[in-house]
Design a protein around this ligand. Structure first.
Ligand SMILES: Cc1ncc(COP(=O)(O)O)c(C=O)c1O
Length: 374
């Protein structure tokens, strides 16, 4: 067995090479820094990749979801059902529209929205469902679509995902992706909305940026945001898109190393992956069952930090965060999400890591396990 690392291992460092640096330099020298030909090319290439009629590049995954909900006319008095196991942005964008997030519990295996429970929280005010493809595992879209409400997907983790063979992107009213620093396709910051609905695409196009037209006169016909993606960032994403297949192979290898290296540790279980779907392999999340693993998730996380291995938590249940708790004091308990929030631990995963790095993380967790179960 290896020993403790002499250098720290980062959680999800970006995999950026000379090609991205050169593309940024070229964009900077082109004389066009804001949204322009590079953002347009990124949209065209991603529409093809995501098998969607329209892709709109925006400033963040958060903006993508906000604009998609606005395009569906979600507003004050409306409710949107969503998952509590997500980054707060998913619930925040519902609030940004003046609507109310309604949290529904998740499934035990993959911690995605439990479609069988959604009907219990739907009211006449429910105007949409905002499910999340956690860690890259597509949620149960067929069951969610059967509820007959508009669906906006939080696909921030799931660019490469396929649900029952079909590419995520054109399956719901809108699918929203993130180009944030840790994401499988990064621009540092940025987001995308994919949709087959021309009306949704048109509305987002006019809301994301108030254009000056020919420069002489301008007007504004709808809500005006500043949520466009700069060409400098689009240049990074275009290079990352060329590398996506190679990076996916590296992620696949790292998943396999974790699967194999942790298989015999009782009480350390990875989230379920459905073989009928293509998992986007964005996060390797394990659940730490304190009754069998000899320690809590927090104890494991602290011990891993001592081993110089950075880990993360995806996610603390949003309804338990202070602002949401205080805003919705009558929120009923969501037992599956609340237990998961105490047990999930995400392990280092990045195409910038080598196999040796991942084996270091595996060995570190094994050492911690031996110590805590002794
Ligand atoms: C599940 C999920 N949804 C939404 C977001 C928000 O994306 P962005 O940071 O690009 O606004 C993130 C993270 O960044 C996320 O992990």
């Amino acid at each position: 067995m290896r020993t403790r690392r002499s250098t720290p291992l980062g959680f999800q460092p970006p995999a950026i090479g000379d090609e991205e640096v050169a593309a940024v330099a070229e964009a900077l020298r082109s004389g066009w820094l804001t949204t322009g030909p590079r953002a347009a090319l990124l949209e065209d290439r991603l529409a093809e990749y995501l098998e969607a009629e329209h892709v709109l590049a925006v400033s963040s995954g958060t903006a993508a979801m906000h604009l998609a909900l606005m395009a569906l006319d979600i507003g004050p008095g409306d409710e949107v059902v969503t998952s509590p196991i997500t980054w707060p942005a998913t619930a925040n964008v519902i609030e940004h529209c003046g609507a109310t997030p309604v949290f529904c519990d998740v499934r035990e295996g993959d911690l995605n929205l439990d479609a069988s429970l959604v009907a219990n929280v739907v009211t006449e005010r429910t105007k949409a469902i905002l499910p999340v493809h956690l860690a890259g595992q597509p949620c149960d879209l067929d069951a969610i679509h059967e509820l007959g409400l508009p669906v906006v997907e939080d696909a921030a983790h799931a660019l490469e995902g396929r649900y029952r063979g079909r590419k995520l992107g054109g399956l719901s009213d809108a699918s929203c992706f993130s180009l944030y620093a840790t994401k499988n396709l990064t621009a540092g910051e940025g987001g995308l909305v994919a949709t087959n609905r021309g009306d949704v695409a048109d509305r987002i196009r006019s809301m994301r940026l108030t254009r000056r037209g020919d420069g002489s006169r301008y007007d504004q016909l709808t809500w005006g945001f500043k949520a466009n993606l700069s060409d400098v960032l689009a240049a990074i994403a275009l290079v990352q898109l060329d590398k996506l297949g190679h990076h996916a192979e590296l992620r696949e290898r790292q998943f396999a190393l974790y699967d194999e290296g942790l298989a015999d540790l009782e009480g350390i279980e990875p989230l379920a992956r459905d073989a009928r779907d293509t998992h986007a392999l964005h996060l390797y999340v394990v659940r730490v069952d304190p009754a069998r693993a000899g320690g809590t998730r927090d104890e494991y996380q602290r011990a891993m930090a001592q081993e110089r291995i950075a880990t993360s938590i995806h996610f603390l249940p949003v309804h338990l965060l202070t602002w949401f708790r205080e805003r919705y004091p009558a929120q009923p308990p969501l037992p599956v999400a609340e237990r998961a929030g105490e047990e999930v631990l995400s392990l280092p995963l990045s195409p910038a890591h080598t196999d040796e790095d991942v084996l270091d993380a595996v060995d570190a967790i094994r050492r911690v396990y031996v110590r805590l179960t002794a």
